[in-house]
Design a protein around this ligand. Structure first.
Ligand code: GDP
Ligand code: IMO
Ligand code: MG
Length: 420
């Protein structure tokens, strides 16, 4: 059974926790896009792990974690992640971690450019400033440096020289920023290259050799941060939807059995951009506090709001979702009344139509009664409060989709299997 797991909202849906749970029954876990803008949290025995680049399956023994060509890699961050895991006694070696030779490397000038462009923009995006966008720009502009180039000193030197020849005047003259020294970047990055080289391989070739095994493709970010289908320009610079799992890892030969969409029981967003069900007052702060809604990567407070079913309906279509995982239901436990956006005001007859500009969307809300009980300790669906079950049933009905799992807490075992 091969699965793709993607976020259905604006990221931070709890993908890390769900992937850690689902990959018990998988052999190979593959990240296919994004970079260390992602922060995927797994809580194990009261210890919190936040993964930025390494797939969230790494805490399980006997699995292989793969970073695909679609990912952009900051080598310093990756090396830190590897070393922190080793300190915790987690096995990470070239045997269970494979890095695609085709993946692109985030360079210091990418990180700086991310900040400079953001500063210059009147309409800010609120990026994580990790150099993600500028790195993808260079990839498409055919001047990017791939892992394959990084681990070959001669190639790396040539490509770095070419890049600096073009970029240094831009930094100096247009952005009035400092120039980059070839020597210091070359020395720093060849040190990283020596340490990462044993992990670098031809991923399509490796995955082909594993084609009879069970795969899980780990999405980062969320559907509405997708470069094509998200709330452009307030998006990230990669394709976050399920269709990219194949391209971002180079394995069209694997049959995908299910696409699992992860959705929070309410909605959050970090950074700028439209958010139709956003709650700015006391309730927004309540969600922030109760849900500990602070970015796993940047620590920024996440904007919070009611669940938006119009958004999820669109995500379901964009990802071809077969089953949904609803997370953080426990955060709603103490609310007397819960609101849910069931659709947006529109004159459109087509029930699947979706506004091109989400900033203009006017949600129509349905009010439902809360359950005023603690769900955190519950492990069986039948034990959930009746109003929580009604909430879940309403989501299923509106989306015409099954919710397969319900997550009711941070801990690994705080999950309810609803079916199968
Ligand atoms: P990801 O980027 O989608 O992996 O999500 P993040 O890790 O950035 O953010 C999700 C946060 O919610 C993390 O702190 C998780 O530990 C936490 N979390 C995940 N599932 C649940 C849940 O069901 N209930 C609660 N209260 N917290 C959860
Ligand atoms: P995970 O995988 C939430 C947001 C940023 C910003 C926009 C562009 O943990 O769900 P970028 O640095 O990618 O150019 O920033 O995208 N963003 C995320 N928001 N979760 C993430 O990842 C995100 N990765 C990027 O806040 O609004
Ligand atoms: Mg996150």
């Amino acid at each position: 059974m091969n699965s793709i797991v993607v976020g259905l909202q604006w990221g931070d849906e709890g993908k890390g926790k769900i992937i850690d749970y689902l990959c018990r029954k998988k052999d190979v876990i593959v990240r296919f896009q994004g970079g260390n803008n992602a922060g995927h949290t797994v809580v194990l025995n009261n210890k919190k792990f936040v993964f930025h680049l390494i797939p969230s399956g790494v805490l399980h023994k006997g699995k292989t974690c793969v970073i695909g060509n679609g990912v952009v890699i900051d080598p310093a961050v990756l090396l830190r992640e590897i070393s922190n895991l080793k300190k915790e006694g987690i096995d990470v070696s070239p045997k269970n971690l494979k890095i695609s030779a085709h993946s692109h490397v985030i360079m210091p000038y990418h990180r700086i450019m991310d900040g400079l462009r953001e500063k210059k923009r009147i309409q800010k995006i609120g990026t994580t400033q990790r150099g993600i966008g500028p790195c993808y720009v260079d990839k498409v502009g055919r001047c990017g440096i791939r892992m394959f180039d990084l681990v070959s000193p001669k190639k790396f030197s040539l490509k770095l020289k070419d890049n600096l020849r073009e970029k240094n005047p831009l930094y100096k003259d247009v952005y009035k920023a400092r120039e980059f020294s070839f020597k210091s970047i070359y020395e720093e990055y060849t040190r990283y290259a020596r340490l990462l080289k044993p992990y670098v391989c031809d991923v399509p070739d490796y995955l082909y050799s594993m084609r009879r095994k069970r795969f899980l493709f780990e999405g980062a970010q969320g559907t509405f941060l997708d470069i094509d289908f998200g709330t452009y320009p307030f998006v990230t610079s990669s394709s976050t939807v399920s269709a990219n799992a194949s391209l971002g890892s180079g394995i069209p030969f694997i049959k995908v059995d299910e696409i699992i969409g992860v959705a929070k029981a309410y909605t959050t967003r970090v950074g700028e951009g439209p958010f139709p069900t956003e709650l700015k007052g006391k309730l927004g702060s309540y969600f922030q506090e109760k849900g500990k809604e602070f970015g796993a990567t940047t620590g920024r407070p996440r904007r919070c709001g009611w669940l938006d079913l119009a958004l999820l309906k669109r995500s379901k279509i964009l990802n071809n979702v077969s089953r949904i995982v609803l997370t953080k239901l426990d955060v709603l436990d103490k609310l007397k009344q819960i609101e849910v956006a069931v659709k947006y005001k529109t004159k459109e007859k087509n029930p699947f139509s979706f506004p091109f500009d989400l900033a203009k969307a006017q949600p129509l809300y349905k009010k439902v009664e809360g359950w005023n009980a603690t769900t955190d300790g519950i492990r069986k669906y039948k034990d959930l409060p009746i109003n929580a079950k009604k909430y879940i049933a309403m989501i299923e009905k509106h989306l015409d989709s099954k919710i397969a799992y319900i997550s009711v807490g941070q801990m690994r075992d705080a999950i309810i299997e609803k079916e199968g």
